[in-house]
Design a binder for this molecule. Structure first.
Ligand SMILES: CC(C)(COP(=O)([O-])OP(=O)([O-])OC[C@H]1O[C@@H](n2cnc3c(N)ncnc32)[C@H](O)[C@@H]1OP(=O)([O-])[O-])[C@@H](O)C(=O)NCCC(=O)NCCSC(=O)C[C@@](C)(O)CC(=O)[O-]
Length: 399
């Protein structure tokens, strides 16, 4: 639970029935183009895309992408020790998944060049954490995956796989789990800029990466970028193309699809249209995560739409750090502080300690000389400062 929500006043929880996956959303797609329903949907007939009796689950998983997505765009090299300290601090907050690095070409994204050292450090010295932790690393091709696997091979007993997961936190003697992430794009132009190949060619590479990662019993996440707007092709990204790519990736064995609004061009109606399209294609909400950027300050509105649709996994970045090197003008990811506050104000349970995350946002933005882009983070720190001044029982910073 978030510490001291009461500090922020008496926000009323939104009535639960308003948040339930609403069947009426499905009616909105009557004019949709051909529904994609390929073997993924049929192979998963036992897994209905929409429950007939919607059940309400108020647990939300937040995937912290700050150490990778948040830092990858920084021009000045960030010391390895700072990156590791960021991950270690985040591990103490109740976050369950932390994206810690990327095995990509150092010529393309120099900031991620020491991801091998980060992985090795996390295996040798797993950070204390109150919850079972997963560390995620990007790998766009077999070269990236093999680099990651060669490090894992040196420490076979230091991590958990899909088959050995104990569900224990580090504090209970558990080891971290490892996840590999591939990243496709919904438009040809973005695929060329980001991966130097077409969408089809990238999917062929990912098939190999996913198969090898699954052979190593690792969980695989698959991103699809620019699902709600492309810096090169504009707003009109076809949701059916997104559904087709997501279906391909799931059929290859990906465990989760993260839908990237890389440019922050997403709006509430188009988020709804996209999610409806994916549901009609047979893709389950449980297999989806949302990855919003806040360039046009729409991230929380779109989050609310996704939450109502039934999505329960959301990516965010502490301090609102981030941006994509191949998305000119895109600003940071939605801030973790904002998402945690927003979720908890709706009665959702993130399990993340907002006070601690706000401290980390303040610390890391100072470390790398960036403004703290989390309005909630700044408000939390401001409230604490005022309480301290007034001689209240303010808590000491917890990081
Ligand atoms: C995919 C490639 C490698 C193709 O890059 P390429 O230049 O077409 O590939 P290549 O096979 O010709 O290799 C070129 C050089 O890179 C090396 N190389 C090749 N692969 C690797 C590797 N895995 N690790 C380390 N080195 C590698 C390879 O060995 C070679 O080295 P050289 O012989 O010239 O010395 C390149 O385009 C690349 O690394 N792209 C990554 C771009 C990237 O990281 N983008 C940011 C992440 S995606 C994102 O941020 C969006 C997301 C996920 O957050 C969601 C959202 O918001 O949308």
């Amino acid at each position: 639970m978030v510490a001291n929500m009461s500090r922020f006043g008496s926000l009323q929880a939104i009535p639960r029935q308003l948040l339930r996956t609403s069947v009426h959303l499905r009616a909105g797609l009557q004019g949709a183009r051909t529904t994609i329903s390929r073997s993924y949907a049929t192979a998963n007939d036992q897994r209905p895309s929409q429950p007939t009796q919607p059940t309400f689950d108020n647990r939300v998983k937040i995937v912290e992408v700050g150490p990778r997505d948040g830092l990858q765009n920084e021009k000045k090299s960030i010391p390895l020790a700072t990156k590791i300290e960021l991950i270690e601090r985040l591990a103490k907050t109740g976050l369950q998944t932390i994206e810690a690095g990327a095995f990509v070409s150092p010529k393309w994204v120099p900031q991620m060049a020491n991801s091998d050292e980060i992985l090795e450090h996390l295996l040798k010295t797993p950070p204390p954490s109150p919850v079972p932790l997963t560390f995620s690393f990007l790998a766009p091709n077999t070269k990236g995956l093999e680099s990651a696997l060669s490090i894992l091979g040196k420490y076979p007993d230091a991590y958990e796989t899909e088959t050995t997961r104990s569900g224990k936190s580090a504090q209970e003697g558990g080891k971290p789990a490892l996840e590999i992430a591939v990243f496709a794009a919904a438009t040809e132009s973005f695929s060329q800029k980001n991966l130097n190949c077409s969408i089809d060619a990238s999917l062929r590479q990912f098939k190999e990466v996913i198969q090898q990662a699954k052979q190593a019993n690792l969980r695989v996440r698959a991103y699809i970028s620019v699902v709600l707007g492309c810096p090169f092709e504009g707003y009109d990204v076809d949701p059916h193309r997104v559904a087709a790519i997501a279906t391909d990736l799931l059929e290859m064995g990906a465990d989760e699809i993260s839908l990237g609004d890389t440019t922050g061009m997403g709006t509430a109606p188009r988020t709804k249209e996209l999610l409806n399209c994916l549901s009609l294609a047979g893709i389950r909400n449980e297999d989806l995560a949302m990855h919003f950027h806040d360039t046009y300050a729409q991230a929380l509105v779109n989050t609310a739409v996704a939450l109502e649709h039934g999505i329960r996994t959301f990516d965010s970045s502490v301090g609102g750090l981030g941006g994509c090197p191949y998305s000119p003008g895109a600003t940071g990811n939605v801030a973790t502080e904002n998402v945690v506050y927003f979720m908890e104000s709706l009665g959702m349970d993130t399990g993340v300690d907002l006070d601690r995350v706000a401290d980390i946002g303040d610390w890391i933005t100072r470390e790398i000389g960036k403004p703290n882009d989390s309005v909630v983070g700044k408000a939390v720190l401001g409230a604490r400062k005022r309480e301290k001044k007034e001689g209240g029982d303010a808590e000491a910073p917890q990081t």
